[in-house]
Structure formats: structure tokens, C-alpha cells
Design a protein around this ligand. Structure first.
Ligand code: SF4
Ligand code: SF4
Length: 122
């Protein structure tokens, strides 16, 4: 986030999660592993035009109560490179997701459609 202007009126949306690209899940075992991951609080999975990602809801340790960055002048490159010209305050990132699994039940429903032999009780 930026410590001025637009960011000052935002609940620091971009400082409250991380994402991690993951290999494209294809096999049943891949989805079984993802089911374990999304069973944990704050963990979601999504797919966009760049592939599949874990979404981990976790506020940055440097995010101050005021919404300012506690290490602003030394913040990591990914934070420096993120422009607030048109950001998540303007448009939720979810708008560009092709698939989004917020929890175990959502991903399990997808698995049952994708794998016809997936046990109904799995
Ligand atoms: S989401 Fe946009 S406005 Fe909000 S803190 Fe991040 S860059 Fe600033
Ligand atoms: S280092 Fe600063 S700008 Fe980067 S995520 Fe943390 S609080 Fe936000």
C-alpha cells in the first residue's frame, strides 16, 4: 500500500493476503491434496488466466493499526510494484477468476462434477 491519498481511505485490502502459484491440478490426487489445503481456515484456491493459485488470508505483520506500512521505505519489491492507480479498491481481484473455491464444500462439489467416479460420500 501507499501511505498517502487513496490508500489512506482503504482498509488495506492488498496487505491482508498472499497468493502462491501452484501446479495445475489434473489428477484426482492433486484435488485430494487441495481439499486438505482448503480445509484450513483462511485458505482458498482460485484459477485465473495465469493458472492456479493458493489464496492465503493473513494480514501482513507490518500492517499497522492505522493502515500504514510499518516498513514503508524498506517494503518488498512486490509491494513497491503494486500501483494504486487501478487496484483492488476499484475492482475486486475475484472478478477475473475463472474458478474460485472458498472452502472444502465448494471444491468437493467441483471434484464430483469433474471426476464422475468420485464417491458421493468422499
Ligand atoms: S488495495 Fe489499493 S487503495 Fe487499498 S491499500 Fe492497496 S493499493 Fe492502496
Ligand atoms: S510490507 Fe507493507 S506494503 Fe507490503 S504487504 Fe506488508 S504492510 Fe503492506
Amino acid at each position: 500500500m501507499d501511505d498517502r491519498g487513496k490508500c489512506a481511505s482503504c482498509p488495506s485490502i492488498c496487505c491482508r493476503y498472499i497468493t502462491q502459484k501452484i501446479p495445475t491440478p489434473r489428477a484426482r490426487s492433486d484435488f485430494e491434496h487441495l481439499l486438505w489445503q482448503v480445509s484450513h481456515e483462511g485458505i482458498e484456491v482460485y484459477q485465473d488466466e495465469d493458472g492456479w493459485f493458493l489464496l492465503v488470508h493473513a494480514p501482513c505483520a507490518h500492517l499497522e493499526a492505522s493502515g500504514a506500512c510499518g516498513i514503508y521505505t524498506a517494503r518488498p519489491p512486490i509491494c513497491r510494484d503494486y500501483s494504486n492507480d487501478f487496484c483492488e479498491l476499484d475492482e475486486p481481484a475475484e472478478r477475473h477468476f475463472r474458478a474460485h473455491f472458498r472452502d472444502y464444500d465448494a471444491l468437493l462439489a467441483y471434484c464430483r462434477k469433474r471426476f464422475k467416479t468420485w464417491a458421493r460420500t468422499a
